[in-house]
Design a protein around this ligand. Sequence first.
Ligand SMILES: [Zn+2]
Length: 317
Amino acid sequence: MHTDLVAALDIGGTKIAGALVDGHGRILVRAQRPTPAREDGDTVMRAVEEVLGELTVSPLWERAAAVGIGSAGPVDRPAGTVSPVNVPGWRDYPLVGHVRAAAGGLPVELIGDGVAITAAEHWQGAARGHDNALCMVVSTGVGGGLVLGGRLHPGPTGNAGHIGHISVDIDGDPCPCGSRGCVERIASGPNIARRAVENGWRPGPDGDASAAAVAAAARAGDPVAVASFERAAQALAAGIAATATLVEIEIAVIGGGVGKAGEVLFAPLRKALSAYATLSFVRHLTVAPARMGTDAGLVGAAAAAMNRRTDAAAAGV
Ligand SMILES: [Zn+2]
């Protein structure tokens, strides 16, 4: 029997998704549970085991060669542990060991969720064909990951590309991470909405005060809503320009709910990039919306598991 599939897990603060994925990134079997994020660690783990349990009873399971996990971070790849900010029951939680046991001893690859999304965009999405790319998720938080020299760059602990917590305003507002003036503190959806409300924008009769509602108002020409998106775009541009200047990326791909705002975000982003990315080797940097949908985390976790197999084969192990 060929072991031509991998199992993938996408673990976030809202849902735990699992799938069996083939070598073309196609999802053949899927399972999902809500994340009991406020419960103790073992209860959260039971939800993961239920998702895996649904996969293991599939007749396709025997074709699975490895398990890839993309988890909300921080993660610790060498230790096999995770400490997701939004799952307080998991601190240095030995996720990899538990998943390996539940998956019958298959090898397990762990990466952060931003790195997983990057793997998916590089394999099949907007970063395909680019050897040096930054992929970002801009939604409730701001995450990201890097492709360098044609390969995913998870970094030693699996967290590289954490652009949301680069400071772009050295005297700026304190960030929950402990630093101040972080990209996330300025550009995340909740911060776009907060800033608009602070400056006098008011939601419509439906009471929707989300970043999506601010985006709709900006599209209709509301100057306060436009300004809030411009400020977010400025923070993103400063972070992207810093990344490009350090490691020479060609493209920055932006996904997540805020990334779906379209030109309300991308027009001021391109303008701000031309102000911050000024040296000859970063001037041609492009930005593009993400192309992978809600399955990006699963497809990326699968890609990481497949890359690990390829690396192991190349090393003769
Ligand atoms: Zn921060």
